[in-house]
Design a protein around this ligand. Structure first.
Ligand code: ADP
Length: 235
């Protein structure tokens, strides 16, 4: 679903990404962790086509995106990639339903169709009864779930989330994390989540550790269940 090859990126004299190679499969829920300044957000922005690498290739859902022109890129991004940020970034003057409809409108859906898909998404998030509320009438957890509904309305292949639970309390955090897995199971989306949150990273399928612009560890989460290992003598 995502293939990065030899990605480098510098800001002025600061080299932020130093030759990243990465493959993420369809339906994986992957966390990216690492110290502040490691390059996590920059990497996510490049995966999301919001920024371009200096060198290297980026393939998303079978499309080589680094070669696309700006116009094609924004159409691709709107249809194929959903974003969830730390702060929900909902438009305050619009209702939850209208906020969720926006990417569908941009993708060319008519009003009725967009309304129906937005309501379907809000229902999936358990927020059907909040459809006509404005963001300031919603709790923090509800706002973030509306933002997830907005990210998913065009059924993107990939959902990229940057510290999605960073502004939530423990209860809402747990609920949001569970939501990602439910959505993956129901809709088959691939999730890539930048997080400082150990509790989130520990439940993802795979954790990529970034340090000084390099992947220093890439671990598939081991779920050993009740299997017992017994290490016998070597001879
Ligand atoms: P992380 O998400 O791991 O904290 P970032 O990718 O946000 O790291 O940033 C990595 C480094 O790149 C930081 O030192 C940051 O200050 C710098 N940086 C990020 N974006 C820019 C930018 N647009 N211009 C200049 N420096 C940037």
């Amino acid at each position: 679903m995502i293939r990065l090859e030899q990605i480098t990126k510098s800001f002025g004299s600061l080299q932020v990404l130093r030759g990243i190679d990465l493959e993420i499969q369809k339906g994986e829920v992957v966390s990216i962790v690492g110290p502040s300044g490691a390059g996590k957000t920059t990497l996510l922005q490049i995966m999301g086509t919001l920024d371009r690498p200096d060198t290297g290739t980026v393939c998303i859902d079978g499309v080589r995106v680094d070669g696309l022109k700006e116009r094609e890129l924004s159409a691709f991004r709107n249809r194929r990639i959903g974003f969830v940020f730390q702060f929900h970034q909902l438009l305050p003057e619009f209702t939850a339903l209208e906020n969720v409809m926006i990417p569908a409108f941009i993708a060319g859906q008519g009003r009725h169709e967009a309304q129906a898909s937005a309501l379907e998404m809000l229902t999936m998030m358990g927020l059907a009864d909040r459809a006509s509320h404005k963001p300031n009438e919603l709790s923090g957890g509800e706002k973030q779930r509306v933002a997830v509904a907005r990210a998913l309305i065009n059924r993107p292949a990939v959902v990229l989330a940057d510290e999605p639970s960073g502004s939530l309390d423990t209860h809402n955090k747990a609920e949001l994390h569970q939501l990602f897995f439910d959505l993956r199971d129901r809709l088959g989306q691939t999730f890539v989540i930048v997080t400082h949150d150990e509790s989130l990273a520990s439940i993802t399928d795979r954790t990529i550790h970034l340090k000084d612009g390099e992947v220093v560890a890439d671990n598939i989460t081991q779920n050993l269940g009740s299997v017992q290992f017994s290490l016998g003598p070597l001879v």
